[in-house]
Design a protein around this ligand. Structure first.
Ligand SMILES: [Zn+2]
Length: 103
């Protein structure tokens, strides 16, 4: 783990994202070694290193569309004034949607 990862607050979402990263590196390792790649297939001790680098580099781009949508959902459910109600759900803030986003 890198230093910045060690400083992460381990929320349930952060734990799930870390687990997804591990699964992604495993899938990338398997993909790089896939016999269907023929002569382009990779083998050896560099495969896990390359898989980790590829997943780490690609992850922000893969997450961006989802995070953008989640950000827009959050902005729709935040009241204009503190201690007021959600403009969408009409319940005292934070509404269940914001609570779920913060989980
Ligand atoms: Zn709401």
């Amino acid at each position: 783990m890198t230093a910045w990862r060690e400083r992460l607050r381990l929320t349930p979402l952060a734990a799930e994202l870390e687990q997804a990263h591990v699964y992604g590196v495993g899938a990338a390792s398997a993909g790089l070694q896939d016999a269907a790649l023929g002569a382009a297939r990779l083998t050896g001790t560099a495969v896990p290193v390359l898989a980790e680098a590829a997943v780490t580099s690609a992850t922000p781009f893969l997450r961006a569309p989802l995070l953008s949508r989640l950000g827009r959902v959050r902005s729709l459910h935040l009241p204009a004034e503190a201690d007021s109600e959600c403009p969408q759900c009409r319940v005292p803030a934070p509404c269940p949607t914001v609570k779920e986003l913060d989980a």
